[in-house]
Design a protein around this ligand. Structure first.
Ligand code: GTP
Ligand code: SPV
Ligand code: MN
Length: 623
């Protein structure tokens, strides 16, 4: 039985007036804001996160003591721990994610919307006393290097020690950030509770559990007042509020207002055999290969790839007119399953130490395992739910959305530029998704406007990264469907506007698809390190070294220009990878028209024009 903790706190909670309302506008003074949240949530204790190592150890000890973390074999994996979530709390919950803009039309048809005042009343009822019996941690954090031109500050209040330990890896936290906020720098307030108080209003206590959460969940964003309130989940993007909630949903709104881009993109640096350096970003939907590509090991000789980011890019036009990108994060929250020596050795090696694993399987010697990790499956495991597991159990040992949290600089591929506060100049942007049919391995778009059209119309088979039907084909424009904090059609307009600003200094835009399948359902393309072959072609296009063939979906490689040396692929498979069926594309065009219909007259004229041009190319291909 856990009893009420003693009141060792920076502030005397007794002096805070109890409140059951959330202010319309958050208190600008961070200390007063913390007071307002404490008055509502009623924690036993408030602890500001300083970023020190002693503090990390202290919070780790708490997480170990209450079973939130399990210590792994410290000889095999020093500094590594395993968390097992509640089976009901394993991924982002898109149906419970809300954009609470004042006008419904500003959230747009792809977001769930609730009036902000109404949502604050609902939230207040849930947050009221939600931290009773717990410590409220106040985490000052920076997205991007502290003090960098493109970086931004935030504060996350949370009652989860697991969240604190993860935020310390995923962002830059502590005193330096707090001091900047106290000195008046802009910051975004974010509040998180697992929604599992240990004491009720009458003073009755209950014991803590390994993964506290609530059946009801609210992941809410207030774009005008730039706030995040998250209730009921401890998992990933629902709870690590610097990531999707701030760096994408709120930041996309800031970016729209201020003339920059907040994107669901990896960032990498490539050096060619001649020593020339390029930078590339790529937007792929969740669990569609960003981490893999960010850590690419090229199979073609002479090329080198270094990692800058694996999930989010903030990009701005620089003084020289080019587009510069930073990775606002400090760590990777990556998909574990199918990370192996074959698919992503760099990620695998990064996980050798100081890593938090969530929902992977535990081996008998206290190590971790997941599907696809090793060629041989262990004879016995403890699965992600803590049950005995054998290969004939008939269920995965690791959850399909099990993840690792690791500092970015533990990747041996990390670029020396990854914390460059100015960012890196982008040469190439890729848009991709999981498409079994129609979309070729690589194609270059005809123009920036065509690139925006391709980004806007991406569809992809859904993955386990969010609750929903895995495998269902859905539109995921710019891989931002779950992450755009405002009307998607206005976002497309913003991209078109940025293209006008960049002019001929704009990056070149390509569409890629590593996931095309043959009629018998097998992947046509080996993927992973071999993706360097498609990227090499893109860079040769940038350099004006190769001509292309004009196709329905874009400029396609002449097959002799794609480097397939030492690759086991038949001519027939190559043809299939690039095949464009006018009838199938005509159906795509019809579906796009229907999709645009959702957004009414907000769809930019340039995109309607691109659809007409696509139809003209389809007609021409039919002859
Ligand atoms: P989020 O972190 O959810 O945003 O996703 P991500 O895009 O970083 O996903 P990640 O790179 O972790 O993708 C994981 C899944 O994509 C795994 O199932 C990989 O095996 C698969 N994958 C990645 N690259 C390739 C590829 O080139 N070919 C194939 N067939 N699968 C790939
Ligand atoms: C994604 O789903 O795109 C992720 C994982 O990167 S999460 O942080 O949970 O959103
Ligand atoms: Mn992501």
């Amino acid at each position: 039985m856990v009893t009420r903790q003693s009141m060792e706190t920076d502030m005397t909670l007794d002096t805070a007036t109890e409140s059951s309302a959330i202010p319309e506008v958050p208190e600008p003074d961070v200390h007063r804001w913390v007071d307002t949240v404490a008055a509502l949530t009623r924690p036993d204790k408030i602890q500001w996160i300083t970023g020190s190592e002693e503090e990390r150890k202290e919070i780790l000890a708490i997480a170990l003591a209450n079973g939130s973390l399990i210590e792994l074999n410290q000889e095999l994996r020093p500094g590594c721990y395993l968390a097992r979530s509640a089976p009901s709390d394993v991924a982002r919950v898109e149906a419970r994610t809300f954009i609470c803009s004042r006008e419904e039309s500003d959230a747009g048809p792809t977001n769930n919307w609730v009036d902000p005042a109404e949502m604050k009343v609902t939230l207040a009822a849930h947050f009221d006393g939600s931290m009773r019996g717990r410590t409220m941690y106040v985490i000052p954090f920076s997205m991007g290097p502290v003090g960098g031109d493109i970086s931004k500050l935030g504060v996350e209040i949370t009652d989860s020690p697991y969240v604190v330990l993860n935020m310390r890896i995923m962002t830059r936290v502590g005193d330096e950030v707090r001091e900047r906020i106290e000195a008046g720098e802009q910051w975004v307030p974010t509040v998180h509770t697992v929604g599992y108080p240990l004491v009720d209003a009458a003073g009755n206590t209950r014991p803590d559990i390994a993964w506290p959460c609530n059946d009801e969940k609210y992941i809410t964003h207030f774009p005008e007042t730039r706030e995040v309130w998250s209730y009921g989940s401890g998992y990933g993007g629902n709870a690590l509020l610097g990531k999707k909630c701030y760096a994408l949903r709120i930041a996309s709104v800031l970016a729209h207002d201020e003339g920059w881009l907040a994107e669901h993109m990896l960032i990498l640096k490539i050096t060619g055999p001649d020593g020339r350096e390029y930078h590339l970003t790529a937007a792929f939907p969740s669990a569609c290969g960003k981490t893999n590509l960010a850590m690419l090991r090229p199979t073609i000789p002479g090329w080198k790839v270094e990692t800058i980011g694996d999930d989010i890019a903030w990009m701005r036009p620089g003084a020289d007119g080019r587009l510069y990108a930073i990775n606002p994060e400090a760590g990777f929250f990556g998909v574990a399953p199918f990370t192996s020596e074959q698919t992503n050795p760099t990620a695998l090696h990064a996980l050798n130490h100081d890593t938090i694993f969530t929902n992977v399987a535990l081996t008998d010697d206290g190590d971790v395992w997941w599907e696809g990790m090793t060629p041989e499956t262990p004879a016995h495991l403890i699965d992600w739910q803590g049950n005995d597991w054998t290969p004939d159990s008939g269920r995965p040992a690791a959850h399909p959305n099990s993840r690792f949290t690791v500092r970015a600089d533990q990747a041996e591929s990390i670029s020396s530029d990854w914390e460059n506060p100015k960012g890196v100049p982008i040469d190439v942007i890729l848009f991709g998704g999981r498409r079994a049919t129609n979309v070729p391995l690589i194609a270059e778009t005809y123009s920036w406007e065509h690139g925006v059209f391709v980004g806007a119309t991406v569809s992809s088979e859904q993955t386990a990264a969010a609750e929903g039907t895995v495998g269902a084909l859905r539109r995921d424009p710019f891989a931002m469907l779950p992450f755009c904090g405002y009307n998607m059609a206005d976002y497309w307009g913003h991209w078109l506007q940025i293209g006008k600003t960049l002019g001929d200094k704009a990056p070149r835009i390509f569409q890629v698809n590593w996931f095309r399948k043959s009629a018998d359902g097998a992947y046509l393309w080996p993927g992973f390190g071999e993706n360097s072959r498609a990227i090499e072609w893109a860079l040769r296009r940038v350099n004006g070294e190769v001509d292309a063939v004009d196709g329905i979906s874009g400029h396609l490689p002449k097959l002799e220009d794609l480097n397939v040396t030492n690759l086991d692929i038949s001519d027939d498979e190559l043809q299939q990878l690039f095949a464009l069926d006018p009838d199938a594309w005509s159906v795509e065009a019809d579906l796009t028209e229907e999709y645009f219909g959702m957004f009414g007259d907000k769809v930019p004229a340039d995109l309607r024009d691109q659809l007409a041009q696509l139809r003209a190319r389809i007609a021409a291909a039919r002859g």
